[in-house]
Design a protein around this ligand. Structure first.
Ligand SMILES: [Zn+2]
Length: 503
């Protein structure tokens, strides 16, 4: 029987010898090590990972995009969710649903003209395999931003176009306006992300026949039509002479009501604008569903229950979409964006950003529960990060939205004699001009609280560091290493044999 003194002697010998010795004498590890819960659970987690290899073909692909959901957002949201679960020690041990996926990669997000990207150039890279400029949607970077003529001939074919051409069904869901940059890059080609309605088009674009984004979503022939489009942005689909059901005016100046074109042009088509209508949709008899639940962006998850007309959650929109798309025996491609994580961060408001991230995690879990892991590839990523940090040395279990309390339980005091929160921003509207506020009596966990920031700016900025990509199902083994963002296009193209190119 080898005693502790031997273990010490072993520690000094070379790693290789040690590994061989340990392999040969597994009993070497002292029981206080092998009996530790940490040791056992990590060993279990490790063995589970080695068994999850699926190199089959993906009949269906679901891509989730958390807009602005950088790694610091994942860590804080994981703890935020964990701290709401009874029995958790501190919340840190929690995992978001997709953090349990076996395959992960780091993704480089820069645009061709910007070190820290915007959502347009990043989603163009994912949807087409081509990195492009900030602000443009699925046109190559030879196009000049907001110049229609320069984009002619530079339009790029997207994953949605390829999937439709292959006879698959396609769907796009977002909590932002469905005409906003991330969803729009999947189905439109335009040199200006802000051309969401015809009234946004400058004379040059009208003269050179560039179409607005809402128009490009609806005015597609059936073979190339989306089967599901759910989100906000109703104002971009209805005439400016119309006041909608929520008492908001439309923004189209061409007098076209695109919601009517949707139901007139497509088979078994339905248009809904509120939760009641959404819930009433019979997925068996509906083949084309357009849902526009807000004049502009949908509500944050933190405020959704206060919405008068009622809005479905991201989870409900995800499962309704799957129920409609899965009717196509050939398969489907569904792209789901949690679009307002980004907006909450721009507003310096971590509480809302974390709640929307947790709702994304719930939507992913619902997709896992309602699909077959043998034929459905599920991927989760972000388009870019935010200057959002987790600071100080808060004790285990310290409320993630709270003030920092050190391991001795005392509130941490900065050099200016005042407490500070764990979460913060490098820049943004929470910046302190002059004296930093004393937060001692401030409820920093209140949903409207704005974390303190360093550099004063009206809107907090994106961040340039890599983001993560998580995958499970057929083809998920292709997700590995550090990759350029446009490689994601090829992972989906290959896994679902969309035929965009030969490898
Ligand atoms: Zn943003």
């Amino acid at each position: 029987m080898i005693n502790m003194k031997n273990i010490a002697a072993l520690a000094s010998c070379s790693l290789v010898t040690m590994t061989v010795t340990m392999a040969a004498n597994a009993a070497v590890l002292p029981s206080n090590q092998t009996n530790s819960q940490w040791f056992k659970s990590s060993a279990l987690n490790f063995t589970e990972k080695t068994q999850q290899e699926n190199k089959g073909k993906a009949k269906n692909v679901i891509l989730f995009v958390g807009d602005g959901m950088g790694v610091s957002t994942l860590t804080a949201a994981r703890i935020f969710q964990g701290q709401q679960v009874q029995g958790n020690e501190g919340g840190e041990e929690n995992f978001l649903s997709f953090e349990q996926f076996a395959h992960t990669a780091l993704v480089k997000t820069y645009n061709t003209n910007q070190q820290t990207p915007d959502s347009a150039g990043t989603m163009t890279a994912i949807a087409t395999g081509v990195k492009s400029k900030a602000g443009v949607l699925s046109v190559s970077d030879t196009s000049l931003r907001a110049n229609c003529l320069s984009s002619k001939g530079n339009e790029l074919i997207t994953l949605v176009d390829l999937a439709n051409a292959k006879g698959l069904s396609t769907g796009v869901v977002s909590t932002a306006r469905i005409t906003h940059a991330t969803p729009a890059a999947t189905y439109s080609n335009t040199p200006e992300r802000n051309w969401e309605a015809d009234s946004n088009l400058p004379a040059e674009a009208v003269a050179n026949e560039c179409k607005d984004i809402a128009y490009q979503l609806v005015m597609r022939d059936e073979a190339n039509a989306l089967s599901v489009a759910l989100g906000g942005g109703r104002r971009n689909f209805i005439p400016d002479t119309v006041t909608d059901e929520e008492n908001k005016k439309g923004r189209r100046s061409d007098g076209v009501n695109l919601t009517k074109n949707w139901t007139d042009n497509l088979s078994n088509a339905a248009y809904v604008w509120d939760k009641t209508g959404f819930d009433a949709i019979d997925t068996a008899s509906t083949d084309h569903l357009l849902g526009l639940f807000n004049s502009s962006h949908m509500e944050y998850e933190a405020d959704r229950q206060d919405d008068t007309a009622g809005e479905p959650s991201l989870t409900q929109m995800t499962t309704k979409s799957i129920d409609i798309l899965k009717k196509n025996e050939q398969g489907y491609l569904l792209i789901v964006e949690s679009g307002r994580i980004d907006h909450a961060h721009h507003a310096g408001n971590a509480h809302r950003a974390l709640m929307d991230t947790v709702e994304l995690s719930n939507a992913v879990q619902a997709a896992v529960n309602s699909t077959d892991p043998d034929d459905t590839l599920i991927m989760v990523t972000a388009d870019h990060s935010h200057v959002f940090t987790i600071a100080g040395y808060p004790k285990r279990g310290n409320p993630i939205l709270g003030l920092v309390h050190n391991v001795d339980g005392n509130v941490a005091i900065a050099d200016d004699g005042k407490p500070y929160t764990t979460l913060g921003y490098t820049n943004g509207p929470g910046a302190v001009i002059g004296q930093r506020d004393d937060l001692t009596s401030v409820d920093t966990q209140e949903k409207g609280f704005m974390q303190q920031a360093l550099v004063p700016m009206g809107s907090e900025t994106h961040a340039g560091e890599d983001i993560s990509l998580h995958a499970t199902g057929p083809g998920s083994h292709l997700v590995q290493g550090v990759i350029e963002q446009n490689v994601i296009f090829h992972i989906i193209n290959q896994a679902q044999s969309l035929g965009g190119t030969k490898y």
